[in-house]
Design a protein around this ligand. Structure first.
Ligand code: GLV
Ligand code: MN
Ligand code: MN
Ligand code: MN
Length: 410
């Protein structure tokens, strides 16, 4: 006789701790960057747990990992749930892992209760959502949605020098028991549970955010090239100081963009200079700019201003400017019907919810192009994420997982 499906909270919280131990950092965070040995260990563990429960395991050529519990109606496309297992270099325990492991808990809860579903339910863990080791982020979901192909990233090198194709091949080979999928299996819809990564839900004391869309992101790499010279002997008018150009450009961007538009976000997250000697004028400086805005036209206008500001700063310092756009994710709106279904699921469970836009990008942004998608957010302490201190209260973990299960049963 079947019983009602219930999230096993203890098991889910234990699973989160088990995965947090893979790539654990001394400060309590996680360094499990995409396609790294740690990422492979996490994928292995999930695949082993899946096979032990009798679910089937598949991967595609982007090393997206799929765990399937079959439905009774084989002709119906599956409902997909999940997120990612890769992390930032100084990431938290919940970004990505919460959605992936909660989705796996949904499968286990259905199996425990012996509840058949008409559609298959597939848990997905997308490859390289973060984009910190290999640019761009969301590689796996982009490949899944056909927005880009794996071949587009041949030749990409990681921040640690590893080659994309080598790391991808090693990751695929690490799961020989996974069946290879040559083509994307049709899906009915996708639901991704994730931590909010900002302060809105916690401040409002609302446990569930129903995500209606995602703001746009552009990643830009700026390089100023001048000339290395002696720090002590080179008069001002002879200098081609790449650092002077970069410092001026960054200061102007910080002063212009966000103060003039409260919806804009601008972050210089990576910075390098050469040759990097105390008494040598820097020859070359490169930095990355992460730009976000909910409005496409505003994002394009900010990128234009960034180009103008950098060109002025380069000319003033006698340096050559090169700008390369590394990523362009336009803002997206999720399927209103699925957002309504998420709200209704929360109402049935007696959990308060709140509609909101995501400030971070997520795999659902790309899956949304090929199937209706939705996201469920839960609060994180002090809104802190992409930080080893990231923390989610057990109650919020459970409410998120219960909402996901309720939707899966809808
Ligand atoms: C991805 O994690 C992002 O930067 O939004
Ligand atoms: Mn994430
Ligand atoms: Mn992230
Ligand atoms: Mn993200």
């Amino acid at each position: 006789m079947s019983i009602q499906a219930r999230v096993n909270g203890e098991r889910l919280i234990r699973a989160l701790a088990d995965f947090a131990a893979i790539g654990a950092t001394p400060s309590g965070g996680v360094n499990r960057q995409a396609l790294s040995p740690e990422d492979r260990v996490a994928r292995r563990l999930l695949a082993e747990r899946a096979l032990a429960r009798g679910f089937s395991v598949h991967q595609d050529n982007a090393a997206n990992l799929f765990i399937r519990r079959d439905g009774t109606e084989h002709a119906l496309p599956a409902l997909m749930i999940g997120s990612h297992l890769d992390s930032q270099p100084t990431g938290g325990r919940f970004d990505g892992a919460l959605g992936t492991l909660s989705a796996f808990e949904v499968l286990e809860a259905l199996a425990d209760a012996e509840i058949p579903t008409a559609r298959a339910i597939e848990v997905v863990s997308f490859t390289n959502e973060e984009g910190s080791r290999f640019t761009p982020g969301c590689m796996g979901s982009m490949a899944f949605a056909g927005v880009q192909a794996v071949g587009d990233w041949q030749g990409a090198t990681a921040t640690d020098g590893a080659r994309f194709e080598d790391e991808l091949a090693a990751t695929l080979a690490a799961l020989p028991e996974a069946r290879m999928r040559q083509q994307r299996a049709e899906i009915f819809a996708f639901v991704e549970l994730h931590i909010e990564q900002g302060p809105v839900l916690e401040r409002a004391e609302v446990p569930i955010g129903v995500v209606t869309g995602v703001q746009g992101t552009r990643w830009i790499e700026v390089t100023f090239t001048g000339e290395a010279a002696h720090a002590g002997t080179t008069p001002r008018e002879f200098r081609k100081d790449a650092m002077a150009a970069a410092a001026r450009a960054i200061a102007e961007l910080q002063a212009e963009i966000m103060p003039c538009d409260p919806q804009a976000r601008l972050t210089v997250g990576r910075f390098s200079l050469e040759p990097g000697s105390i008494n040598v004028i820097p020859r070359q400086v490169s930095f990355t700019v992460d730009l976000r805005h909910p409005d496409s036209a505003a994002l394009a206008e900010i990128e234009q201003r960034l180009g103008d500001t950098c060109a002025r700063a380069g000319a003033q310092a006698g340096c050559i400017l090169a700008i390369e756009r590394r990523l362009d994710m336009p803002p997206a709106r999720f399927a209103p019907a699925l957002a309504a279904a998420t709200e209704a699921a929360c109402r049935r469970l007696g959990i308060a919810s709140w509609p909101m836009t995501s400030g971070a990008f997520h795999d659902a942004l790309f899956v949304n192009r090929v199937a209706p998608s939705a996201m469920i957010f839960v609060p994180c302490r002090d809104g802190v994420s992409h930080n080893e201190a990231e923390f989610v209260a057990d109650d919020h973990i459970l409410q998120g997982a219960e909402t996901l299960l309720e939707l899966a049963l809808d």
